[in-house]
Design a protein around this ligand. Sequence first.
Ligand code: ATP
Length: 351
Amino acid sequence: MPGDEVVLTLEDVEVHFENKSSLLDFGGESETVRAVDGVSLDIYERDVIALVGESGCGKTTLGKTSIGLQRPTGGSVKYRGEDIWDIRDGKVDTDTEWADIRQSLQIIHQDPGASLNPNRRLVSILSEPLRQVNPNLSKQEKRERIYALLERVGMTPAADFAERYPHQLSGGEQQRVALCRALLMNPDVILADEAISALDVSLRVEMMDLMLDLQEEFDTSYVFISHDLSNARYFTAHSGGRIGVMYLGQIAEIGPAEAMIQDPHHPYTNVLRWATPDLSLQDAGEVPMRKIDIPDPIDPPKGCNFQTRCPEAREACRQADPQTYHAENQRVRCFREDEDHEYWESPELTD
Ligand SMILES: Nc1ncnc2c1ncn2[C@@H]1O[C@H](COP(=O)(O)OP(=O)(O)OP(=O)(O)O)[C@@H](O)[C@H]1O
């Protein structure tokens, strides 16, 4: 269960990428990709946030921005109340060092093979974080801790695994090593970016269970990125976490797993639910959207960014961007949460 202390505070975060147009474009104008577009979010100690949404909706960019790997072009990201980028840029007088924040905010990727040094044995790969966090540990103490952790994640006999190179491991074992390496940093938050997507389906639940078991021992939070709502549901339901549904750079709806699955408020959450057969929830029928094509993040729709596809859209949705409303369990970016809104009097969009 999440604690009371907020570790990361995102306030109205924007990440807009300027892409230079091609050389053939003599105007030389640049295009702005609105990868993240006004996200506010608190991440608590021992929290779990699963970010879900279609490819390109901004999950990875938001995740990386949360842990200080991507500079926001607007808004702020704070670590325990202090602006990460002010500290990185040396703009503030504080005892908090960027190196310490960096250590507290870790990442594991979809492809652990690519992030583990192929020329080093596991004992050497895992000694590195220990050396950084506890420089006074003897070689023997480091080895003992590494063996204990390898055993803890089911890689036994640990003494044997410790001497292997990454290519001598299966994908699941590599991902467990990547998790161990992140945990040995004693992180406050681990960004797991599609960290289970490349594993066999049969190993995904095992890996999620392991991550959650170790969460308690290591007192860490997870930002878990997945394109699969049923994995996001499993991971958050077992940890008291929240699912955040992203659409074109914004969080359309966020809330506890079961509320999001059983009682989605945002029409786009309903679309994701419909598109996830594993939930065994969808009524047979048409996709609950007016159009299938995703708008271009270079030129997102005016007003609510989902209005071009939303089955509930009305004229009012073209006129203004909805604020985030507090529903009973969720936070929802949709006018339909406000029973007095002019939305209810405005004509339906049918095109
Ligand atoms: N460095 C970059 N420069 C320019 N555009 C970028 C950059 N990184 C991401 N984008 C664009 O920003 C948008 C969001 O990308 P992002 O990778 O965050 O989405 P995602 O939801 O994680 O997608 P996927 O599930 O495919 O990984 C996309 O349109 C992407 O093309």
